[in-house]
Design a protein around this ligand. Structure first.
Ligand code: GDP
Length: 302
């Protein structure tokens, strides 16, 4: 992940650092190269453009160009803006729990996204984290009545991570399952109820209506959009569609272990206005990490 982007930015930086003095034209040339590198990494066009504008505005100032090491300064500005692009505002809260579950229990975490994005796996992974790292009592329920065996899949994952799943009642519809799950969670003094919702192959009106209806019943503390980092620009479009319709609180970016070019990770914050809260890093049920903008920026900038 990020390898090509990292290499391309690295060579721009080497050239910037290698020069004693920098003119405004030098900076603008470097910015053009960085813009190309971002677009090649599948960063959404408006996101790349805003990024370059912000960096350029700061970098062409006299204070930077006349400083002792102008190249270093420009590199630092790129770094800082990259952290911001990745959602750096949230980095200050690095040690706080990424999920806001500070509501009267059961706190509902609703997982949304397209089919195959890694929603069910991420539900079990996050449930496991909450149980093991925060000592929460978790219940998971699948509302996916579209995909055959989806409910069964969550049950099997639940057994693997030793988290209870709501018993399956064949034929029950998503909103009714959500009601039943809430009821069960209250009766069992559950701290966190994880709702794994249905996906579709593409975003459509029926899916969005279903998400809204479930959200209205479940009043989730968190609505996490699960997107596949490997799908690049598509992931960005999906995020845009969901965030227009459902009140998201964060993003889970899966397949960060793959060789995605990174555009989805870089664009997500700007497109949804919501932080990436977790990164999925493999198929195993402990392959999930908190997303730390500054650390990811470090990885990109080497
Ligand atoms: P859903 O249809 O959105 O519920 O997707 P699933 O949770 O069933 O995941 C689809 C496939 O992606 C499964 O084979 C998962 O093991 C795999 N998967 C999910 N998250 C990750 C991840 O972060 N990395 C990798 N390599 N595979 C993942």
């Amino acid at each position: 992940m990020f390898d090509t982007l990292s290499g391309n930015l690295g060579s721009v930086f080497d050239r910037l650092r290698g020069r004693g003095a920098l003119s405004e034209a030098d900076v603008r040339e470097a910015m053009r190269e960085i813009r190309v590198a971002l677009l090649e990494a599948d960063v959404a066009l408006p996101v790349a453009r805003d990024f370059i504008n912000r960096v350029t505005e700061k970098a062409v100032g006299a204070a930077v160009l006349k400083s002792v090491k102008p190249g270093q300064q420009v590199v630092k500005i790129v770094n800082d803006e990259l952290v911001a692009m990745l959602g750096g505002d949230d980095a200050g809260a690095a040690d706080a729990a990424p999920l806001n579950l500070d509501v009267r229990p059961p706190a509902v975490v609703m997982m949304v996204g397209l089919q195959g994005s890694g929603k069910t796996t991420s539900t079990a992974k996050i449930g496991k984290l909450l149980k093991e790292k925060q000592g929460k009592k978790v219940l998971m329920a699948s509302l996916d009545v579209n995909r055959p065996a989806a409910q069964e899949q969550l049950k099997v994952l639940g057994e693997q991570v030793q988290i209870a799943t709501l018993p399956i009642i064949p034929g029950q519809q998503p909103v009714d399952i959500a009601r039943r799950a809430l009821e069960a969670a209250r009766l069992q003094n559950v701290d966190v109820l994880m709702l794994d919702t249905a996906g579709r192959l593409h975003v459509d009106a029926a899916l969005m209506a279903e998400m809204k209806a479930v959200a209205a019943v479940a009043t989730p503390a968190e609505v996490l959009l699960v997107v596949d980092a490997l799908t690049g620009q598509d992931a960005v479009n999906v995020a845009q569609n969901f965030s227009d319709e459902v009140p998201l609180t964060g993003v889970v970016l899966t397949r960060m272990d793959g060789d995605a070019r990174g555009g989805a990770a870089l664009s997500m914050r700007a497109v949804t206005g919501k932080p990436i809260k977790f990164a999925g890093t493999g198929e195993k049920l402990d392959a999930i990490e908190r997303f730390h903008p500054a650390r990811v920026a470090d990885r990109i900038l080497g």
